[in-house]
Ligand binder design. Structure first.
Ligand code: SAM
Ligand code: SF4
Length: 328
């Protein structure tokens, strides 16, 4: 369906849990994480019902996210349920990759279309620092397991921090040079703990990569679910992508909404507004009522975020949830 500004909304990010087996410094605190109680998290039947209704109003692609989606038991079963919904053309996953090796066969057998793996650096010590104890080799085993399925779209996501040395950008780019995958650099957003970190812009990253690999060709066409801009360096198997939500606002082409693990439908990352679908579902509402509420929320999607004002200090983020609660 189209929102009040005529944007076609066809992509929904579905968070299945706010729990995670890592504690990335810009995403979750080291200690004192308050987790949503199990009874407040949507069941797989409830998620499937919402996605089925969403498909009737034009959502055709779903990304499973978290927290860490693979820590929730039986995720492949949910994936299989979503893949059977008429109108849902693609179900993909974003994960830190730690549990991917042990689950990839099942996920692929249930129809997984693609996987984004978050790896911010290939330096073992810096990876452990950023994730507060994560083992890089486990994430890389997950990556290799995903790459063993050639039909699967595989992407690496990196959220650079300002102290990241140039060699980290270059070694991540080497993955796209040598393997059938894309590497994307995502600007830090002022959500939750991310507010404490500065952003590294596309221009900064590109200039480091250009010095090493030469001028890249811009890729035209649409890749993936959204706003990434891709370039191709000479001799690379895969592409390099940039997602700069703050410095290159792309709200006028935004196609997405988000469903938190508690069943809150969020039309824009920056704002806390949206709709409590869990309450509606658990009050016995029929599909027509849920559809009506989803339509209303999507139609009212705000025109744009104001993250740049948050960073300059002239505005503030109105969303109080952390990224791990929203799903990125
Ligand atoms: N645990 C999974 C993972 O790491 O991919 C899925 C959830 S995580 C919240 C989804 C994505 O959000 C990750 O790529 C993560 O790096 C990114 N992220 C977390 N906090 C962020 C922030 N403040 N700004 C930009 N991206 C952020
Ligand atoms: Fe967990 Fe993903 Fe957040 Fe890292 S970015 S703490 S892996 S949810």
């Amino acid at each position: 369906m189209r929102d009040q500004f005529g944007r076609s909304i066809e992509y929904m990010r579905v968070s299945v849990t706010d729990r995670c087996n890592l504690r990335c410094v810009y995403c979750m605190p080291a200690e004192g994480v308050h987790c949503v109680s199990h009874s407040d998290i949507l069941t797989y039947d409830e998620i499937t019902r919402i996605c089925r209704i969403a498909a009737t109003i034009g959502i055709s692609r779903i990304k499973l996210t978290g927290g860490e989606p693979l820590v929730r038991r039986g995720l492949p079963e949910l994936l299989g349920m979503l893949k059977k919904i008429s109108g849902i053309e693609q179900v993909t996953l974003t994960t830190n990759g730690i549990l991917l090796k042990e689950q990839i066969n099942k996920l692929v057998s249930k129809g997984l279309d693609g996987v984004n793996i978050s790896i911010d650096t290939l330096n073992v010590d810096r990876y452990a620092d950023i994730t507060r104890g994560g083992k890089l080799e486990e994430a890389l085993s997950g990556l290799e397991a995903a790459l063993s399925f050639p039909a699967l779209t595989v992407r690496i996501n990196c959220v650079p921090t300002q102290d990241m040395p140039e060699e980290d950008y270059i070694s991540l780019a080497h993955l796209a040079r040598d393997k059938e995958l894309d590497v994307r650099f995502i600007e830090m957003m002022p959500i939750g703990l991310g507010k404490k970190f500065g952003i590294v812009s596309e221009e900064q990253v590109y200039s480091i990569l250009k010095n090493k690999f030469g001028e890249a060709a811009e890729c035209t066409g649409r890749f993936g679910n959204g706003p990434a801009v891709y370039v191709h360096f000479p001799g690379f198997k895969g592409k390099i992508g940039f997602i700069d939500a703050v410095s290159h606002q792309f709200c006028n082409t935004c196609n997405r909404v988000r469903l938190t693990s508690e069943g809150y439908l969020k039309p824009c990352l920056q704002y806390g507004t949206g709709s409590d679908l869990r309450k509606l579902l658990r009050s016995g509402a029929d599909d027509t009522a849920v559809r009506h509420e989803m339509r209303r929320t999507i139609y009212d999607k705000p025109a744009c975020h104001h993250f740049a004002d948050c960073i300059s200090g002239t505005g503030q983020t109105l969303e109080t949830r952390d990224m791990s609660q929203i799903g990125g």
